[in-house]
Every structure is written in C-alpha cells, then in structure tokens.
Design a protein around this ligand. Structure first.
Ligand code: ADP
Ligand code: MG
Length: 264
C-alpha cells in the first residue's frame, strides 16, 4: 500500500479535483484505491458520489477510534474506488484530537490495519497546515502539490515545504515531495507559460510532465457526483488526469526509499 497526500495550504488550487480524478484514473488502470477525505467541507466525498450528510461513519469516527477503516469506507458508485468520507463533524475532531495520545498518528495507525485492501491511498488535505493535515502527512509516503501557474504560486510553497521537512525530521522519515502538478493551465496566458517554465527550471524532475488544462467539464462533474474521468471521459481534463495516473504509475515504479525532501 502506498499512501499519498494531495496538499497545498491554499484553497481552490485543485486539490480535491486532483484527488478524485487521480483515484478514478488509478482505478481505471486496475489499482485498488482508497480516497481519504480529510477536509470537513467534504467536497471529495460529494464529488465521489457519496452524500456527506448521510454518512453512517466517516473519517471522524476513524480518527477517534470508534470505527475501523474497513467499517467506515464506502464505494464510490461510479468511480470504482473506496472512500473514507468526511463532513462537518471533522471540524470538531481538530479540537478533540489535541487532548488525545498519538494525535498525529491516528490516521496512520488506522490505515495500517487495512493496508492489505488497497494499492493506493490518496488523502485530500484541507487548505491549512492543521492537525488534520498533520495526520495526513504522518500517514503518507509522499506529497503531491497541485499548483496553478500564477505569479504568487511559489510564495505559499515554502510554508508547505517547511512543514514537510519538519514532519520528515520529527514524525515521518518516509515523507518526500513526489512532485508538483500544474493544474488549471491555460496555455494562451503568457504568464502561465512563463511560470510553468520557471517551475520546470527550478524544480526539474519534481515537476510532473503531465499538465492538467483548465477544463469546464472537470468543474461540472462534482455536481453530478462523478469524477470528471467518468462524467466525460473524452474531455481534455479527463484525458489529462488519466495520463497523470499513468505517469504516476510509471514514475513510482518499485517502492522508493530513503529519499529526502531536501531535494525541493
Ligand atoms: P481545492 O480542493 O484545492 O480547494 P478544488 O479541486 O475544489 O480545489 O478546485 C477549486 C475549483 O476549481 C472547483 O470549483 C473546481 O471544480 C475547479 N477546478 C479544479 N480544477 C479545474 C480544472 N482543471 N479546470 C477547471 N476548473 C477546475
Ligand atoms: Mg478541496
């Protein structure tokens, strides 16, 4: 089982869209995927076709150890992957966790118990560097950072990189940044092209080759409770996410070990 966080403390940068569509893409490529929604907004849950208001059990119950992953997960009806859903209850977990033992490692422990069931776990992180995000980072082998190619895109990145370095040093020595994913890309905008080139120059191999274009079908899909990949498989956005899933499988190859996040 390999576990990845999709993280960026900025909101609206495409974390949830990336998580849901990568989950669907990996599932289409024959992988057994569990999506973990760690955002109390529950957008990844809804976007996977599961009603966040009607969850019998959620990631909240798992974090508080009142349910196992196997008990709380549900199948995305159209996506072909499992979902550990979230809703507003999760906002309370933040406060409740503070007082508990192993508060950073709760998700990791719970996922470990279900590790035989999934090839990939993808964790959709909230737009903050909170205790929930820490639980995600402590559980993960690596981080994907979706980014828009805008002028200030790099500014927020240093906070995330510092957090990842700290988690690497203190809590999870397996954690590395797998790569930066350029999303919502519009090649007609010169500035986006320039920032994209700068990213490649600066971060080299850590930038995924696949670029996700701005594509309205990806934005429409969640209101139908479907991943974009299912909603309109022939759309440019869906094709790009499927390509990204392929790139990820090729790039990861055998288990990586011993890499340091200092590379970024
Ligand atoms: P985050 O999880 O980082 O807050 P989202 O994935 O929810 O970001 O994306 C923010 C908004 O942008 C959503 O309305 C989503 O539908 C839209 N969006 C995301 N990716 C794309 C894309 N490639 N093309 C068009 N719209 C997109
Ligand atoms: Mg989100």
């Amino acid at each position: 089982m390999r576990t990845f966080c999709i993280a960026n403390q900025k909101g609206g940068v495409g974390k949830t869209t990336t998580t849901v569509n990568l989950a669907a893409g990996l599932a289409q490529l024959g992988q057994r995927v569990l999506l973990v929604d760690l955002d109390p907004q529950g957008n990844a849950t809804m976007g996977s076709g599961i009603d966040k208001r009607a969850l019998p059990l959620s990631v909240y119950d798992v974090l508080l150890e009142s349910a196992s992953v196997a008990e709380a997960r549900q199948r995305s009806p159209s996506g072909g992957f499992d979902v550990l859903g979230a809703n507003r209850d999760l906002a309370g977990a933040e406060v409740e966790l503070v007082a508990l033992e192993r508060r950073n490692e709760r998700l990791r422990d719970a996922l470990a118990a279900a590790s035989a069931d999934h090839d990939f776990v993808l964790i959709d992180c909230p737009p903050s560097l909170s205790l929930l995000t820490l639980n995600g980072l402590c559980s993960a082998n690596g981080v994907f950072v979706p980014m828009q190619c805008e002028y200030f895109a790099l500014e927020g990145l240093s906070d995330l990189v510092n957090t990842i370095k700290q988690v690497h040093a203190n809590l999870n020595r397996h954690l590395i940044i797998i790569g930066l994913l350029r999303v919502m890309f519009d090649p007609r905008i010169t500035l986006q092209q320039q920032v994209s080139d700068q990213l490649s120059k600066h971060f080299g191999e850590k930038v995924f080759n696949t670029i996700i274009p701005r594509n309205v079908r990806l934005a429409e899909a969640p209101s139908y409770g479907q991943p974009g990949l299912v909603f309109d498989p022939s759309s440019k956005g869906a094709q790009a996410y499927l390509e990204f899933a392929r790139e990820m499988l090729t790039r990861l190859g055998p288990e990586r070990a011993g890499e340091s996040p200092a590379a970024i």
